[in-house]
Write a protein of this length. Structure first.
Length: 332
C-alpha cells in the first residue's frame, strides 16, 4: 500500500503527462498521414503510416515499412531525432519528478487526501510510542504527523504522512485534511515552559475545532490552570500529564510496585484489558448489583460506571443505572 501511494503521488501531474502524450500522438498521426499520401505504395493505409511513425519515433524500427522517397526518408529522420529528444525529455522529467516528490514527502511538504485518519501533533518520545502502539493494534490505520521542527519523516514508520508546519495555522491542518479526520491528538511541547506549552496546545485545539468541530480531540495539558481553557476550546479528552505522573509517583511511594500494577492494567494484550460497554436496555433503572449478576463473567470484571464524562469506580450495589450510562469492565 505504501508503494502504491508513492506511485500515485509521483504521477500527481497526470494532466501534464496526458497532454504531452496527446501532442506526440497527434504529431505521429500527422506524419503517418503525410507518408501515406506521398508514398501510397509503400504505406497502403493511414494506419500503416501511423504504425511506422510510432515505431520510428520510439526508435524501435521494426523495418516492416520503409520510406522510398527522399522526402519520406527526411520525415523518418525527423521522427527519429524527435523521438530521441521527446523520450529523453520525458524520462528525465519523470525521474526528476519522482525524486522531488519523494523528497517533498519526506520533508513534509505534501498534502494528505484520505479520510478516517488519526492526526498526531508534535514529534517527541510520546508520539513515537503512540504511533507504534496504534500500528500494533491496527497496522492499516493511516496516521498524519504534524510538526514544525522535524526536518524529515521518521524512516521506521509506514502509513505515516508527515506534514511540516505550525499547528496554530489553518493551512497546516487543511494540508492534513482535518475535515475528514477521525481523531486528533495534540501532545505538549516539553522543550518550552509549561505555561507556554499549554497555551500553544489550546491555540492548536482552537485551530482544529475551527476547521472541524466534530473531530474527536485528545489533548495533553501540563498545568491545572489551562484545563478549563482546553474544555472551552472543545477538548473531548484531556490528559493531565504532570498530574498523572505525580499520582503514579505517589502510589509508588505509598505502595511499592503499584505503578507496575497500573501499567499492566493499561498495557494491551490481544485485546484491551479496560473497555466500555453500553448498559443493556433491560438494565436501565436497575441497580448496579443487578448488572454485576447479569454482565460480569469469569473473564470480565465489572469495575464501575461511566456517566456524563464522569467515572464512578466501585459504586454501591444499590446505585441506579441510567440511560446513556456505560459499564466499565476489566478483561482477563
Amino acid at each position: 500500500m505504501y508503494r502504491f501511494d508513492f506511485i500515485l503521488h509521483s504521477y500527481s501531474k497526470l494532466h501534464s503527462l496526458l497532454k504531452m502524450t496527446a501532442i506526440v500522438f497527434l504529431f505521429v498521426f500527422i506524419i503517418g498521414g503525410i507518408i501515406h499520401v506521398i508514398e501510397p505504395d509503400a504505406f497502403p493505409t493511414i494506419y500503416d503510416g501511423v504504425w511506422w511513425g510510432v515505431v520510428t519515433i520510439s526508435t524501435v524500427g521494426y523495418g516492416d515499412f520503409v520510406p522510398e522517397t527522399v522526402f519520406g526518408r527526411f520525415l523518418g529522420m525527423v521522427l527519429i531525432i524527435s523521438g530521441i529528444a521527446l523520450f529523453s525529455f520525458f524520462i528525465t522529467n519523470l525521474a526528476s519528478s519522482t525524486i522531488l516528490s519523494k523528497q517533498e514527502r519526506d520533508e513534509g511538504g505534501t498534502n494528505y487526501h484520505k479520510h478516517e485518519h488519526v492526526i498526531i501533533v508534535g514529534w517527541n518520545e510520546r508520539s513515537d510510542h503512540l504511533i507504534h502502539q496504534i500500528q500494533q493494534i491496527n497496522k492499516n490505520q493511516d496516521i498524519v504527523l504534524i510538526d514544525e521542527t522535524l526536518q524529515k519523516k521518521p524512516e521506521h514508520f509506514k502509513r505515516v504522512t508527515f506534514i511540516k508546519g505550525s499547528p496554530t495555522v489553518d493551512e497546516t491542518f487543511r494540508r492534513a485534511n482535518v475535515k475528514e479526520g477521525r481523531t486528533v491528538i495534540i501532545t505538549s511541547n516539553h522543550h518550552i515552559d509549561e505555561k507556554s506549552a499549554d497555551a500553544n496546545t489550546v491555540l492548536s485545539l482552537l485551530t482544529v475545532k475551527g476547521l472541524n468541530s466534530n473531530i474527536y480531540a485528545i489533548v495533553e495539558i501540563m498545568t491545572d490552570s489551562q484545563i478549563k481553557n482546553a474544555e472551552r476550546a472543545g477538548a473531548d479528552e484531556i490528559i493531565q500529564s504532570s498530574n498523572y505522573v505525580s499520582k503514579l509517583l505517589m502510589n509508588g511511594i505509598i505502595n511499592h510496585g503499584m505503578t507496575d500494577v497500573i501499567f499492566q492494567m493499561l498495557n494491551r494484550g490481544k485485546e484491551e484489558h479496560l473497555y466500555f460497554k453500553a448498559v443493556p436496555t433491560d438494565l436501565i433503572n436497575e441497580s448496579f448489583e443487578r448488572a454485576i449478576e447479569d454482565c460480569q463473567t469469569k473473564d470480565s470484571f465489572l469495575m464501575g460506571i461511566r456517566r456524563d464524562n464522569q467515572t464512578i469506580l466501585h459504586p454501591s450495589k444499590g446505585s441506579q443505572l441510567l440511560i446513556g450510562d456505560q459499564l466499565i469492565f476489566y478483561r482477563r
